[in-house]
Design a protein around this ligand. Structure first.
Ligand code: G7M
Length: 317
């Protein structure tokens, strides 16, 4: 009989720390499970504020306290907090098992660089990279969601139309509880859009309808108005099947929601509208723009394309 996910996680044999962020309270570990490489990523959760009156309770809040120092009106302590894995967890723990080299690179500490991807670089090299990244089962988790094989009980909203439709559901980064860190993903049913680069003005109705349906669904399910949501797309994304990030405006996502990575859906729609007005051109689209973004040194796009180009060498993709 196959091991349960809990048994797999317990069997993790630590190898090395890939990355740690003391500000965002995250830790990425590399190890093996049953001889296969595995990554654990852990993130300390936000404070539970459903019963703030219990915060100082030695039964239900701060269980133990250790006074570190006192100075005039200032006091600082270390403490332990009452926690439960089901209703008030200390950490959100993700396991990727078995993981690939691409995962190991993605979760490793690394120097970042700004790169400028011209339409020419995109056409000649990046399209090849994207094609490679859509093969080899990397999108299995996406197809599992679209086929209702996994996570179907978590679906917030689905439009089943093959061209206009999508599934809205919690992103794996969300703890499913903390409203101010709400994080949902929109995964579209159509399979012809790998990234923002595939958009032309002909996609405006699709994107505008998606945006409007997402706002209605989030408002109905979570009573959150649209002006409390950041709705954006990554370029480059990790997965080349079109998806959109829907995140609470108060949630600090770090690099994943900042310039050099995230592009607002509203902005994409506006740029497409303007492209639609370019006289005489029916084929202009995001493939014709110079795109500037951040890449880590471990990323294959850096190693195989931008690093060689920077040295005047031919890309190795
Ligand atoms: O960078 P990119 O735009 O490709 O982001 C992909 C998003 O998909 C990230 O926010 C991930 O947290 C999320 N994600 C990745 N996986 C493997 C899963 C999954 O299996 N289920 C869900 N719900 N989200 C995922």
């Amino acid at each position: 009989m196959a091991d349960t996910p809990e048994q797999d996680l317990r069997a993790f044999k630590f190898e090395r720390i890939l990355n740690q962020d003391t500000g965002r309270k995250t830790l990425n570990l590399l190890g093996t499970i049953n001889g296969l490489p595995a990554i654990i990523t852990a993130e300390k959760t936000a404070f539970n504020t459903t019963s703030p009156e219990n915060f100082v309770s030695s039964d239900e809040g701060l269980l133990s306290l250790n006074l570190l120092q006192k100075n005039d009106i200032y006091h600082w302590f270390m403490g332990t907090i009452s926690q439960s894995a089901t209703s008030n967890a200390a950490a959100k723990v993700n396991l990727i098992y078995p993981c690939t080299d691409v995962h190991i690179k993605k979760y490793s500490a690394q120097q970042l660089h700004m790169v400028v991807e011209t339409p020419d670089i995109y056409e000649k090299y990046v399209t090849k990279y994207i094609k490679q990244k859509t093969e080899g089962g990397r999108l299995n988790w996406v197809y599992n969601i679209l086929d209702h094989k996994e996570e179907s009980e978590k679906i917030v909203y689905e439009d089943e139309d093959k061209e206009m439709g999508f599934i809205l559901l919690p992103d794996l980064k969300w703890d499913l509880v903390t409203m101010t860190s709400l994080y949902l993903s929109v995964i579209v049913h159509r399979t012809d859009i790998r990234s923002i680069r595939d958009f032309t003005p002909s996609h405006i109705p699709f994107l505008a309808a998606l945006r409007s349906k997402v706002l209605t669904a989030v408002s109905e399910k979570y009573s959150l108005p649209g002006d409390l949501l950041k709705i954006y797309v990554h370029y480059q994304p990790s997965y080349y099947h079109f998806h959109v990030h829907v995140v609470h405006i108060s949630h600090d996502m770090g690099a994943s929601a900042t310039v050099g990575k995230a592009i607002l859906l509203d902005e994409i729609i506006e740029v497409l509208k303007l492209m639609g007005k370019v006289p005489g051109s029916q084929v202009v689209g995001y493939k014709d723009l110079e795109m500037t973004y951040v890449l880590g040194e471990e990323h294959d796009l850096w190693k195989k394309i931008f690093e060689p180009l920077g040295k005047g060498e031919e890309p190795t993709i």
